[in-house]
Each structure stands twice: as C-alpha cells, then as structure tokens.
Write a protein that binds this ligand. Structure first.
Ligand SMILES: Nc1ncnc2c1ncn2[C@@H]1O[C@H](COP(=O)(O)OP(=O)(O)O)[C@@H](O)[C@H]1O
Ligand SMILES: [Mg+2]
Length: 234
C-alpha cells in the first residue's frame, strides 16, 4: 500500500533530511519508526500525509504517486489519513464530543452520521463517559485518547502518530500504544514515530530505524535498539 523508492528530502535551506529510502508497508501493518532526534522520522510521516514532497524518488500510497497528486485532491486524500501528535492539539473551547464531531462536520457529514460515529469512536478509546468535558479538565492520557478518536472518526485507512506519548508518563504511554495496537488489530494501518524504547520493546512489532536520514534497520519483530548479533552482521 505504501511504497517508497529512492526517496530523498532536501529542505529549502539545503538540509538533507532523508536520503535513498526504500520502504514498503502493507495494508494492515503496524510499524514503529525509531531513531534519535533529527533522524528524519517526522519528515517520513510528513511525506505520507503530503505535508512535504520528496525531492528525489517516488512516494506511492495506494498506487497514487503523491508528488503528482493534484492540489484539488489533497483535502480528500488527507481526510483518509488520521494524524495524532505529541501535543494532542484539541480545540480548548470545545468539549470532547464537539472536538470529535468537528472533524466530521468539516467534511460535510450529515447530522445522522455524526450522531452515530462520535459515540462509536469515543467508546473505542474508552472516553464515552466524558463527552461534555473540556480538554483542560482531562489528563494528558485522556486528551490523547480523544485526539485518537478524532483521528479515527472519518474511518481513515492509515493512522500516523508522531511521538504520541512524548508528553505522557510511562504507564499512560503504554496504555496509548496498546490502544493504537488495538486499532491496528481492527484493520487500520498504523505508523508511529517514537522515542519510547520501553513501549517499542514491549509490543514487539515491526521496527524501522532511521539514522541521519537513512533507513538503517527494518525488522518484522523488533526492539528499539538492534541486538548485538544484528549489529555484528550489519
Ligand atoms: N522545514 C524544515 N526545514 C529545514 N530543515 C528541517 C525542516 N524540518 C526538519 N528539518 C531538519 O531535518 C532533519 C530531520 O528532521 P525530522 O524529520 O523532524 O527528524 P525527527 O522527527 O527524527 O526528529 C533535522 O535535522 C531537522 O532539523
Ligand atoms: Mg520528529
């Protein structure tokens, strides 16, 4: 479903953030993207959401070459992708219910769809008991669960999460990652950029590692760090 061939990204200031990336991700996969700050993780996610375009090579999603995606198709493309960030990004003056409903309203969804979908996704993230709460009345973990519900409400085929547990304590982080794992098991492709070694090692899913813009490791069942044996053969 996702196919990157010889992908490079050089930012306008001349900084080469990614180089020669070859990567395939199938429908329904769950992938951790790891690497130190500046390795290129966010740039990879931005390529997939078409916030950035490759300056070399091709990025294809569902057969579509993203660099030739017509501008007027961009909103429809983005609507099919759910995105979750480190800082949750909820609208502070809207309730939990309204934050999630808003993501549907902007797509022109009917009131009937909204009344069906919002409770459904809030239930999925175990937040259906607080529909009337405002973001500042919730813990970080609860806010992130609402942000995940909002990302899912349009039934995206792909969920991108950029350091989703960066602002959360270890126990809450594990809960959020287990929720993303659960969402993946229901069929959504999930790609998570993270620094969270404990969670990556706990879940034992596919791990791709970046270092200075290069993809340096890709394991079907991986840990945050390469094992010594793998480093020796690398
Ligand atoms: N818009 C930009 N313009 C110039 N350089 C950028 C831009 N965005 C990111 N970079 C640089 O590209 C490199 C990779 O960044 P990023 O993908 O954000 O890495 P990560 O998410 O792994 O920390 C870093 O050196 C960063 O400073
Ligand atoms: Mg980043």
């Amino acid at each position: 479903m996702i196919d990157l061939k010889g992908v490079g990204v050089t930012y306008s200031n001349g900084w080469r953030a990614l180089s020669n990336v070859q990567l395939k991700i199938d429908k329904g996969e769950f992938v951790f993207v790891v690497g130190t700050t500046g390795a290129g993780k966010s740039t990879l996610l931005k390529l997939l959401s078409r916030e950035e375009t490759a300056t070399e090579g091709t990025v294809k999603v569902s057969g579509q070459d993203l660099s030739s995606l017509p501008l007027h198709d961009l909103p429809a493309y983005r609507r099919k992708i759910g995105i979750v960030f480190q800082d949750f990004g909820l609208l502070p003056n809207k309730t939990v219910y309204e934050n999630v409903a808003f993501a549907l309203q902007v797509t022109g969804a009917s009131r009937q769809t909204i009344r069906r979908q919002v409770p459904y996704v809030l239930d999925l993230v175990a937040m259906s008991h607080r529909p009337d709460a405002f973001p500042n009345q919730l813990s970080g973990g609860e806010q992130q669960r609402v942000a995940i519900a909002r990302a899912l409400v349009n039934e995206p085929f792909l969920l991108l999460a950029d350091e989703p547990t960066g602002n959360l304590d270890p126990e809450t982080s594990l809960g959020i990652m287990q929720l993303l794992n659960h969402i993946n098991l229901r069929g959504t492709t999930v790609i998570i950029a993270t620094h969270d070694q404990a969670v990556v090692d706990f879940l034992q899913r596919r791990v791709i590692a970046f270092d200075q813009g290069g993809l340096v490791r890709d394991e079907v069942v991986g840990n945050y760090r390469a094992t010594e044996a793998q480093e020796e053969t690398a």
